[in-house]
Write a protein that binds this ligand. Structure first.
Ligand code: CUA
Length: 338
């Protein structure tokens, strides 16, 4: 009776091990925001470490499963016990020597990669200052005064970008899995990191340090494009912005200036210069509203203005009592920016 219970336990352990392997492998497909689809040298180090750890874990898994299988097989055929002397050698080898060798190897490789990640192998050509807010990213290009945006970073492909990280409130963590490992934004400190994209694309990033209710919607997008595309985007960030062309856009601009919008936001080239919320100078061209909370289209923009709390509860923007007749003009104006 006792014997059959322990045999069943062995079988249960073996099955659980195989299931764990299947579940872990199903999470490994590459794609958006995947460390296993590295596009830059920083992320490739992380990917390499991941595969090293995975390989070691697989080795140990196979070894343990083989020993389990062996134990099951033996149990059925003989009742011969392992001698004490054999057990000591076996436990010393697999319980002390092998783990020690593995830890030394992993530690050495980790130190090597940490050192390699400290700085890029070429001089960065672009500087970006990132300020973390609950729950959005303020982006500055310090080499070009007034080049400010939010929740997206454009970079020239194939060039290293130096990133300075600070926070306006609590701890956040800057992470673009396909381009670089995580770096924390720590209150009262300036941290720095770097990234480089080897091919053009849009790479999603995410705050990776829990920072409150909307931590999940503290996303950002890194857009790697050709040098000329990047230069022209950067030039477009700096005023004077184009004058609104249509009547609706001009009416919308007046609504913006006289309503609560201008008490929290900046639109460069206008009288709105507040810095409570994100700079809206190029808001019409951005990939999302609310740092990934909603698509940037006219419908969602209207919903966001009237009551963003229904889209991203807890964010700093209160509901806005915009007159229904003014809302389409305001949307038209904001869509024309950027
Ligand atoms: Cu910012 Cu989580």
């Amino acid at each position: 009776m006792r014997r059959s219970v322990s045999t069943r336990l062995l079988w249960a352990s073996a099955s659980a091990g195989v299931l764990a392997l299947v579940f872990s492998l199903t999470g490994c497909s590459g794609g958006q925001q995947s460390t296993l689809d590295a596009v830059g040298p920083g992320a490739r180090r992380t990917e390499g470490l991941w595969w090293l750890f995975f390989g070691i874990s697989m080795g140990i898994f196979v070894e343990v499963m083989a020993l389990l299988g062996w134990a099951l097989w033996r149990r059925r055929r003989s009742r011969v016990r392992i001698k004490d002397g054999d057990a000591v050698g076996f436990i010393s080898a697999l319980g002390v020597v092998v783990p020690l060798l593995i830890l030394i190897l992993v530690y050495g490789v980790g130190l090597r990669d940490l050192n390699a990640l400290a700085a890029p192998d070429d001089e960065p050509t672009v500087n970006v200052d990132v300020v973390g807010h609950r729950w959005w990213w303020e982006i500055h290009y310090p080499d070009r005064p007034q080049a400010v945006t939010a929740n997206e970073i454009h970079i020239p492909v194939g060039e290293s970008v130096r990133i300075r990280l600070t926070t306006a409130d609590v701890q956040h963590s800057f992470w673009v899995p396909q381009l670089m490992p995580k770096t924390d934004l720590i209150a009262g400190k300036v941290n720095s990191t770097w990234l480089r994209a080897d091919r053009p694309g849009r790479y999603r990033g995410q705050c990776a340090e829990y920072c409150g209710q909307q931590h999940a919607f503290m996303a950002l997008l890194v857009i790697a494009e050709s040098r000329p595309q990047f230069d022209s985007w950067l030039a477009g960030l700096v005023p004077p912005t184009d004058e609104p062309l249509t009547d609706a856009e001009q009416r919308g601009r007046a609504v913006f200036a006289r309503s609560a919008c201008a008490t929290c936001h900046t639109v460069r080239g206008t009288s709105a210069t507040a810095t409570v919320g994100p700079d809206l100078t190029n808001v019409g061209g951005r990939w999302s509203l609310g740092a990934g909370a909603a698509p940037n289209d006219p419908g969602h923009l209207g919903g966001w203005i009237v009551n963003s709390q229904t889209i991203k509860p807890g964010n700093a923007m209160p509901p806005q009592p915009v007159a229904p007749g003014d809302l389409p003009d305001l949307i038209a104006y904001l869509r024309s920016l950027g």
